[in-house]
Design a protein around this ligand. Structure first.
Ligand SMILES: Cc1cc2nc3c(=O)[nH]c(=O)nc-3n(C[C@H](O)[C@H](O)[C@H](O)COP(=O)(O)OP(=O)(O)OC[C@H]3O[C@@H](n4cnc5c(N)ncnc54)[C@H](O)[C@@H]3O)c2cc1C
Length: 414
């Protein structure tokens, strides 16, 4: 049986960054990824770096460290991550109170500034000014998540790491201690396993009898080929329904439903937004669902009849049409673009904080998942994870008397 210091399960942005950082410390690392062609949350992400959004000492520091790493990552990894900064435009629906929307962001490290409708239109000429009551703006980082993921993997290989395309189907244990993983073809021995499997992390952990507060939603987006139209800003609603859906669906009362097949825990939500990448292509979204079945086939599923209070205000439609209608209100020129529909699974945690660390009851088993908006902080968090694996102290970040490792530990949910 081949043996490693660390086996990393999942080769999305978290697994790639963690593998690279562990290899940098001199560990013998194997990265196991199921898909040869990425179909994961990283692949379909907008790529936004919300480095302004820290709300506690811990998240502010991780954001500050993360954006610093992003600024230098292309040079370090010897590949272009397409890092840039752009204006984020958070739209406020007409009829909503702009001051109240701004107040919701007042506690962020860099609070977005309130714009009038006219100012928002100047910042983003494609904006339909009649649909909004105002907007918020802040400088936002942006990368190509795919390019960054590949850059991390290439950096990892240069450091002597190993990547194999194989699906992990189980963990191998000696007593309580995890001592390896099982793929469809082979068994691998190791000192430590870290689960970086995004939305699939929950199932892998459950199979080992562990409930670590990691959940998953299903996102649906439209993606265009490169187009001539120029979207200057990254556009999203000021009130993101996805975060509300995550908070509601991970409440303890419905926890057991997550493991029953075929359930839709809460009605789907739509956050109309769009971003344009350096090559001119756009990602337009985002519809989010809480389906308990990881493997549910969501082929342009039907989207429920929109309601205002108890009254139906439209007809049942497809999710692609719902996304087009949603974006059409804010960015009408974007709504009619030829685009391909995609869906993917996105991890999140019960308290919005990453779930990172060793499972107390299963020595050798670690988690690095549950990060629902993680791109800004992943480089810094992966580095700190590797520091900790190498026995270096995590004293630099504290909240009261608790260290980073204690705050993010999966044991807070076990
Ligand atoms: C439309 C959309 C927009 C987003 N926008 C932003 C944004 O602007 N900013 C931001 O910070 N975040 C954003 N996110 C969220 C962010 O992209 C994801 O949270 C992040 O990319 C997840 O990375 P991950 O490595 O945890 O998971 P993934 O990228 O999903 O990777 C997990 C990997 O694990 C592999 N895997 C699973 N099970 C196994 C197994 N048994 N064996 C082997 N491999 C396995 C999968 O194949 C997959 O490749 C967005 C997400 C979506 C969907």
């Amino acid at each position: 049986m081949k043996s490693y210091d660390w086996i990393v399960v999942g080769g999305g942005i978290t697994g790639a960054a963690v593998s690279y950082e562990l290899a940098k410390k001199g560990f013998a690392v194997l990265l196991l990824e199921r898909d040869a062609i990425m179909q994961n949350a990283t692949r379909f992400s907008y790529g936004g770096l919300a480095y302004w959004s820290g709300t506690t000492d811990l998240t502010r520091q991780l954001c500050a460290e993360g954006i610093e790493r992003h600024r230098n990552l292309s040079a370090e990894l010897e590949a272009d991550t397409e890092f840039r900064e752009l204006d984020l435009l958070l739209t406020i629906d007409r009829g909503d109170d702009p001051e109240k929307a701004a107040a919701n962001y007042a506690h962020f490290a860099i609070p977005p500034q309130l714009l009038s409708v006219a100012e928002a239109g100047e910042l983003e000429p494609l904006l339909n000014k009649s649909a909004i009551g105002g907007a918020l703006t802040v400088r936002h980082g942006h990368i190509s998540p795919t390019a960054t993921n590949i850059a991390y993997c290439q950096g990892f290989l240069r450091l002597g790491g190993t990547i194999e395309i194989a699906e992990v189907i189980g963990l191998i244990a000696e007593g309580n201690r995890i001592s390896g993983v099982q793929t469809v073809q082979e068994s691998y021995a190791c000192e430590n396993v870290v689960i970086c499997a995004g939305g699939w992390s929950r199932t892998l952990l459950k199979a080992a009898g562990i409930s670590a507060g990691v959940y998953f939603s299903r996102a649906e987006i439209l993606e265009t080929e490169p187009v001539d139209l120029k979207l200057r800003t990254l556009v999203m609603p000021a009130v993101l329904k996805r975060f509300e859906l995550e908070a509601e669906s991970s409440k303890i009362e419905v926890d057991f439903l997550w493991d029953e097949p075929g359930k839709e825990l809460l009605p789907p939500v739509l956050d109309a937004g769009a971003v344009q990448f350096n090559d001119g292509s756009l990602r337009i979204g985002q519809l989010s669902r809480t389906l308990s079945d990881l493997n549910a086939k969501v082929v342009k599923r039907s989207y429920p009849v929109p309601r205002r209070g108890s009254r139906r205000v439209g007809n049942r439609t497809t999710s692609e049409a719902a996304i087009r209608t949603g974006i059409g209100k804010v960015l009408p020129d974007v709504a009619g673009l030829t685009a391909t529909w995609h869906d993917c699974i996105v991890a999140f945690s019960a308290d919005k904080l990453p779930v990172v660390g060793e499972i107390g009851s299963r020595p050798g088993l670690h988690v690095f998942s549950g990060l629902s908006n993680p791109l800004a902080i992943v480089p810094a968090l992966a580095e700190r994870f590797a520091d900790s694996a190498a026995g270096e102290k995590d004293g630099a970040i504290k909240s009261g008397t608790a260290s980073l490792n204690e705050i993010l530990s999966p044991n807070r949910f076990v």
